[in-house]
Design a protein around this ligand. Sequence first.
Ligand code: AMP
Length: 364
Amino acid sequence: MIVGIIGGGQLARMLALAGQPLGLEFIFIDPGTGISAASAGQHWQGEYDDPTLLRRLVAAADVATYEFENVPPATIEYLAEHMAVFPSARALDCARDRLHEKSLFARLGIPTVAHRAVNSRADLTEAVAVLGLPAVLKTRRLGYDGKGQAVLRDMADLDAAWQRFHGTDLILEAFVDFGRELSIIAARSRSGDIRFYPLSENVHDRGVLAYSRGQPADARTEEACRYMASLLRELDYVGVLALELFEVGDRLLANEMAPRVHNSGHWTIEGSETSQFENHLRAIVGWPLGNTAPLGHTALFNCVGYLPDPVAVMKIPGAHWHDYRKPVRPGRKVAHITARAADAPGLEAAITALKALLPGHVLG
Ligand code: AMP
């Protein structure tokens, strides 16, 4: 079977690497050259909405998916008219727009961050009056890794933020003084079977995920699974969905969701019986989902803007090296490391050894 993927970055690469043992083959549509996924399948170079490439994909592939939510909606709509594509256009529409996803959370009774739509300078003043300061002004669409957002700390910040972002649809969110950031990842099959991964506890550095830890025994698990299940069912979702959450006191607030495999779940490659990548493929192809049980204690480190010495990483017991084959640039995710151990002290030893190796990282 052939899977078409819109996008050829590291998520597409890891999907393909997970799918090859299952006998799947891959086509990536991506405008870039030297893309991360290049060696894992066929790279069809062109825009994500190139009509000729999309026509060819319909003819060549059995099922299509995408690795990022900023894929042009028209691409998914066209594909959905002609072939199986998952997650659905509706799921994508909700997940790509911060206002739509928060409205969905509210409709399903999932607590979310207090927010207001901002379409004018007057809206911004009014939203600040309602939500107070500090607050976070975000573009509704196309933001990722902390891009397209600014923290407003006092009234003097409003004009600069407005100048920076006006002309695009915006949302103002109350600033959440969270205790922890968590995410839950789950897969839903074509027949409606749902498998949850253990929660991940996440630490961000300047808006970019730096570190994640699998949390199989987390006290918030039941609540997070409940929210995730209601989203999956409401959207009749097929594939892997990620939900990012803030823990405030002893409750959770939904921040945003991603209709795809998620960075905070990369540890599932070694840390779970079936990785998020394999389960996404099993779901969209129409196969049964695999067991998501954790295998030991796991942590994940992103290499953002630098590549450590892989040999030094591999010398650390339990450390697994994942090189995305991307040119190193400031702020760019170019590799990750998973540390896995049979017990908590073993994981702490691996983390301590990695700390000594990784410059300028955040370790939670
Ligand atoms: P996002 O793109 O919404 O996931 O934001 C990136 C990161 O910025 C989050 O993981 C948080 O660390 C932080 N952040 C986003 N929104 C808020 C908020 N409303 N209050 C506090 N921190 C936030």
